[in-house]
Design a protein around this ligand. Structure first.
Ligand code: ADP
Ligand code: MG
Length: 404
């Protein structure tokens, strides 16, 4: 079975269509600090508007506890959406109450309404099937068809993602379609050479991805906090760097498996070691096998890959035809330790082929470092969802749309 797309819904003129978007944007004092997710929802919404549909947009925002909470209102998002669409957007003060009913009632062909944060209702994320079904049924009453376009939530079995898609004729929107096309190219017949670059904080977060991708890649490059578990697994001292003792055996297994499969496992040869975990810590670049012999000694903390390693990673990345990168190379939040991440990001922008950035912090890092979104082949909007996809897991929000 394959993914049902918008065309499967037929002529939508005059039809009410409820669209599950992921408009979970970061807010600071009620102001949107990154509207990337609102922008990412535009292609589908414009397509529906142009088709003459009456569009009801729904999403979650943050983690309210199943009850209304002004801090997580979608009101600023509805406002931003109206600016980006260049047309008025009605906003309902509740999810399935009177305000939502009257907003939907008032829609003309090509109009858009946003209903309030889905997680203001406990049914959205309930663990009890009947409660999710009940909430989804009330959402379904607002529409004749459902479009699922919140890629960031397709790994969740939640009312608006799963049960709502079951309750109405449903299809994937353009954002989900695009994400899947790209992620599929990372798992099925990738163009070679294929390099995967992993970093971030913990190996234990990335085990599934390593398991699933190791047999598929030509090179696996390891940076970030997880590199120290790899160094330790090879018998090197790592000072006070991030270390997951309980993953040492697993990591040794990966080292052996890479050798067996002929995969080039590229570990850092130098590291920036700091005397403490702080933006203004003193630091120096040291050989990866000599972290404990630095002046900071056993107390030294590795906070970034070193310049030689960054240059080598960049070379491998630039020579690849397919690159997937997840996880910052160092503590990029501190400018002194952002170099590895910057060099890797820069190299990704120079790939003659497909370059993909996945992961919430990785996407935030490249934006913070000033890279434009379109400098990369693709920046995945769904951190957790894209990783679960790459782990080879079945995602409920995709299965319900016919994906298998
Ligand atoms: P993503 O969200 O892209 O999947 P992660 O959540 O796995 O990425 O990891 C991001 C975090 O990893 C960042 O906050 C960064 O500071 C941290 N990190 C990177 N390198 C190190 C390191 N050497 N020591 C400690 N933390 C690190
Ligand atoms: Mg993260």
């Amino acid at each position: 079975m394959s993914l049902r797309t918008l065309s499967s819904l037929g002529d939508l003129a005059g039809k009410r269509v409820i669209v599950r978007c992921d408009l979970n944007v970061p807010l600071k004092d009620g102001v949107i600090t990154d509207d990337g997710r609102v922008r990412a929802s535009l292609p589908t919404l414009n397509t529906l508007i142009n088709a003459g549909a009456r569009v009801v947009v729904c999403s979650h925002l943050g983690r309210p506890e199943g009850a209304p909470d002004e801090r997580y209102s979608l009101a600023p998002v509805a406002q931003r959406l109206s600016e980006l669409l260049g047309k008025p957007v009605a906003f309902a003060r509740d999810t399935v109450g009177e305000s939502a009913a009257s907003a939907v009632e008032g829609l003309q062909d090509g109009d858009v309404a946003v209903i309030e944060n889905l997680r203001f209702n406990p049914g959205e994320t309930s663990k009890i099937d009947a409660e999710r079904e009940e909430f989804a049924g009330r959402l379904a009453a607002f529409a004749d068809a459902m479009v699922s376009d919140g890629f960031g939530v397709v790994h969740r079995k939640q009312a608006s993602v799963y049960e709502l898609a079951e309750a109405l004729p449903s299809a994937a929107g353009l954002l989900i379609q695009k994400e899947l096309e790209v992620l599929d190219r990372l798992t099925e017949n990738p163009e070679r050479p294929y390099a995967v670059v992993l970093g971030g904080s913990k190996v234990s977060d990335k085990l599934g991805v390593i398991d699933h991708l190791l047999p598929r890649v030509n090179s696996l490059l390891i940076g970030g906090g997880m590199l120290f578990t790899f160094l330790k697994a090879q018998g090197y001292p790592v000072g006070a760097s991030l270390l997951e003792e309980d993953q040492l055996d697993t990591v040794r297994g990966y080292i052996a498996k890479a050798a067996e499969l002929g995969v080039e496992l590229v570990l850092p040869t130098d590291v920036l070691v700091a005397d403490r975990f702080a933006a203004d810590a003193a630091f120096e670049a040291v050989s990866a096998d000599a972290i404990e012999s630095t002046p900071a000694g056993a107390a030294g903390i590795g906070l970034d890959i070193g310049p030689d390693t960054a240059a080598r990673f960049a070379e491998i990345i630039r020579a690849s035809k397919t690159v997937f990168w997840n996880g910052p190379m160092g503590v990029f939040e501190f400018p002194n330790f952002a170099n590895g991440t910057r060099v890797v990001a820069e190299a990704l922008t120079e790939v003659d082929g497909l370059s993909v950035v996945g992961g919430g912090d990785s996407a935030a890092a490249v934006r913070q470092l000033g890279f434009a979104d379109d400098a990369f082949g693709h920046i995945s909007t769904g951190g957790g969802a894209s990783l679960e996809f790459l782990e080879g897991k079945k995602l409920p929000g995709l299965e319900v749309l016919g994906w298998a």
